[in-house]
Design a protein around this ligand. Structure first.
Ligand code: UDP
Length: 337
């Protein structure tokens, strides 16, 4: 999938939005040069909103937003969520800034905790001062190694508070607790989305930044071994990027979502070994699947219950795993070869 095809997908999401919904709004997207953040910047810039993209480029990439730089409604601010120079007047804030790849955030546990605690505090203060509508990008990781599958929003989680993943899990849980406090103490309209594994064009595939999907795809395309951790029986549920960002925008704008928390993900659960085989087949690869030690505290199963998002937001994913993987494989193929 080439760049122009991303453009078509962005237009598709744009066509689902109510006309003029964001026109003239001043919108801050933290983590705006990242995978999901850059899709949101593209979509929001296309709505005649004025978009401020804040990113410290620790994991975000300039190439994700370079094409927006000439647009008079797009402004890039390089910096951390903990201490950024605030644009004057903000109407809406989408707070995504954080490392998200387990291998990578475990290399930077303190920064990860700071981004989700101090960063979220700074962002919520900015939201309070501007009375800005706010969306916090939380994660399925707040459920830890969930014992209830599919997992509803009412589940409190099963998290190792001092384990290797705790910098992310507990950071996001603290971030959610801050959102709840700002809701209670200041009546701030802050909404939370717990995002389950998402994939698609612009997801990073390099080194420790690479999650399972982009790593398997590049391994398959380069005919290298596909590295499954453990015996591959652990499960995940993968959601295509346009479905995830459409769900986020619904949670942000729905009149019924004030102060609510939503699981945003695809409930189709598969094992990691099945994922590896599927990617191998879609990529037409001759790679071998090889098995490696399972990382510590790797959740055994992950699958969202999305009944609440379906009922309240009228949202559910529409892209099948096969379709989404085929698009993502095409995108990586166009970059590698
Ligand atoms: N995984 C794997 N091989 C890899 C990378 C990841 O088998 O090269 C596994 C990982 O152990 C986990 C699943 O794939 O069980 C999903 O990992 P990912 O990094 O995408 O993020 P997570 O869902 O754990 O946050």
């Amino acid at each position: 999938m080439a760049k122009s095809t991303i453009g078509k997908e962005i237009n598709q999401v744009l066509s689902q939005l109510k006309e003029n919904m964001f026109a003239g709004k001043r919108i801050l997207v933290t983590g705006g040069a990242g995978f999901l953040g850059s899709w949101l910047c593209d979509i929001l810039t296309g709505t005649d909103a004025e978009v401020f993209c804040l990113d410290n480029l620790a994991t975000g990439l300039r190439e994700n937003i370079d094409h927006l730089r000439g647009n008079k409604n797009f402004h890039f601010i390089e910096g951390n969520a903990e201490n950024f120079s605030q644009p004057q007047r903000l109407d809406i804030i989408l707070h995504l800034a954080s490392r998200t790849s387990p291998e990578e955030y475990q290399k930077h546990p303190i920064e990860t905790l700071k981004a989700n605690s101090l960063g979220t505090l700074t962002v919520l203060e900015a939201a309070r001062l501007n009375d800005a509508l706010t969306l916090y990008a939380s994660t399925s990781e707040v459920y830890g190694d969930a014992q209830v599958i599919p997992t509803p929003e009412t589940y409190w989680g099963h998290v190792n508070p001092v384990g290797v993943r705790s910098c992310y899990d507990e950071g996001k849980r603290f971030g959610e607790a801050l959102c709840a406090a700002y809701r209670r103490q200041y009546s701030l309209d802050v909404r939370v989305v717990r995002i389950f594994n998402t994939y698609g064009p612009r997801i990073r595939a390099d080194g420790a930044y690479a999650r399972a999907v982009p790593r398997f795809i590049t391994q398959a395309l380069l005919q290298r071994d596909i590295t499954v951790y453990g015996d591959g029986s652990q499960t995940r549920s993968f959601c295509y990027v346009t479905d995830t960002v459409a769900g986020m925008l619904k949670a942000l704008t729905s009149p019924h979502a004030k102060g609510e928390i939503f699981n945003i993900g695809n409930p189709h659960e598969i094992t990691i070994l099945q994922l590896a085989e599927k990617i191998k087949q879609i990529a037409g690869s001759t790679s071998q699947v090889t098995f490696h030690p399972l990382p510590e505290d790797d959740p055994k199963r992950r699958c969202p219950d999305i009944s609440k998002a379906k009922t309240v937001l009228g949202w559910e994913p529409v892209t099948s795993l096969e379709e989404g993987l085929a698009k993502t494989v095409d995108w990586f193929r166009s970059r590698i070869f």
